[in-house]
Design a protein. Structure first.
Length: 92
């Protein structure tokens, strides 16, 4: 009568999530720190910060994708419903 009761939760593409994570203020600060450390010849510190930043971005992307998928799964919950129409029970 009224159509399907459906909540469609779109999942962002990988590249969109990647750009969103790369452009966070904290990561921009980390890029600046790496550049400054390289300029001052502290290569080992710069490499460590770059690796930690890179791994942090990857973990945040994985968590973001997992959260989107879980939200989509919760919104798409299906179950049988018993209704009474014309004094008769029907399973929909």
């Amino acid at each position: 009568m009224f159509g399907k009761c459906l909540i469609d939760v779109p999942c962002k593409p990988f590249y969109t999530i990647l750009i969103d994570e790369i452009l966070t203020p904290f990561h921009i600060f980390q890029y600046f720190s790496v550049g400054l450390l390289v300029k001052e010849n502290f290569y080992s510190y710069a490499i460590v910060i770059a690796l930690i930043t890179f791994s942090s971005i990857l973990m945040e992307i994985a968590e973001n994708i997992r959260n989107h998928q879980e939200l989509r799964d919760v919104a798409c919950y299906k179950c049988l419903i018993v209704v009474i129409r014309e004094n008769k029970e029907q399973v929909i």
